[in-house]
Design a protein around this ligand. Structure first.
Ligand code: SF4
Length: 337
């Protein structure tokens, strides 16, 4: 559900406890798939190797220094201050920092029984956001398979509280698959959010290698399809990591599958290994290839594609586009034209 690594920690004196800051923690490694080889090193295990020479250094386009002081995301300046279009964006993680799943690309903490959600989180989050003056909020979370609704109700309460205090704010929810529970998807979609996002993360063939076995390609497609169908005009969004060994044909197949269920926005970014215990990078995809995928994606009907080595699923992916789209939709429904 959460794509790629190192989301931002938001600089604020009034942040709720759950703001995103998940760092390098080893997760479970279950080797699945013929290509996987386990390496060991003196300090413990080394990540499942996807085929690239582990001694190959990162290319220059990925050796960008993160801003000093407060965050490890290279794009935080643009997110927080606005990226030239004047839209300030923030990302918040709800439902705690501990996930019930263990995907092999993700460095979030895992446990079968994380702490119960903070019942005050929706209200406190809405109050904090109202005081920040940001335009666009991405709400995301760990997976909470321990909760009967997977956390959908908690998400929905947060959106409702946020829209009540800040009616003009745009809210994107980047959610889990709720174990495929379409009622959970419906209740969240009807909470007032502007964009429903759920990440397929990788191509069909690599799902079992990359994601927790409880996740899956078909399940993710079903969640995205339902979100689109259960509310007219719902904007849907997903993300794919590149560099895990996927072929061009497999990327095209995934894009076609996403277009077949009318997903509007796609983000593509480079997978980076968060710790030596996680999946290694198979390939550093060139910036030119990312541009190719943007053009290709828009040519087959995505309304917006953000594609680049440092693009992250919650990074400024189409906020301006979404704002314009939502406003047009509102004008349309007011005038009936
Ligand atoms: S389901 Fe949990 S382990 Fe998998 S990507 Fe999301 S937060 Fe990370």
């Amino acid at each position: 559900m959460i794509s790629l690594t190192k989301p931002i920690t938001i600089p604020t004196h009034s942040k709720p406890k759950s703001l995103i800051h998940y760092y390098s923690r080893p997760t479970r490694i279950n080797i699945v798939g013929a290509e996987a080889v386990d390496y060991t090193y003196p300090g413990g295990g080394m990540g499942v190797h996807t085929g690239r020479d582990p001694n190959v250094k990162k290319p220059a386009w990925l050796r960008q220094k993160a801003p000093q002081g407060r965050a490890q995301c290279p794009n935080i300046g643009e997110c927080w201050n606005g990226g030239g279009d004047g839209i300030a964006t923030a990302t918040i993680m709800l439902l705690g920092d501990t996930c019930t799943r263990g995907c092999r690309f993700c460095a979030v903490k895992t446990s079968r029984n994380p702490s119960p959600p903070d019942p005050m989180e929706p209200e406190n989050t809405a109050k904090a956001i109202a005081s920040w003056g940001v335009d666009y909020i991405v709400l995301t979370s760990v997976d909470r398979d321990d909760l009967p609704d997977g956390g959908s109700g908690h998400f929905a309460c947060t959106v409702e509280a946020m829209k009540s205090l800040s009616p003009d704010i745009m809210v994107e929810c980047l959610t889990s698959d709720f174990r495929g529970d379409l009622n959970a998807v419906t209740s969240l979609v009807h909470s007032g959010l502007d964009v429903f996002a759920h990440n397929v993360e990788t191509v069909k063939r690599l799902q079992r290698i990359v994601r927790d076995p409880r996740a899956g390609y078909e399940q993710s497609l079903s969640v995205l399809k339902h979100a689109k169908l259960c509310k007219e005009g719902m904007i849907t969004k997903t993300s794919i990591m590149l560099g895990l060994g996927e072929s061009d044909e497999e990327v095209k197949e995934a894009m076609a599958d996403l277009r077949a269920i009318d997903v509007d926005i796609l983000t593509l970014g480079q997978y980076l290994q968060p710790t030596p215990l996680h999946l290694t990078v198979k390939e550093y995809v060139t910036p030119e290839k990312f541009t190719f995928w943007k053009d290709y994606g828009e040519s087959i009907g995505f309304r917006y594609v953000a594609s680049g080595p440092l693009v992250r699923s919650s990074y400024r992916a189409g906020e301006l586009f979404v704002k314009t789209m939502v406003r047009e939709k509102n004008i349309f429904s007011t005038t009936g034209s």
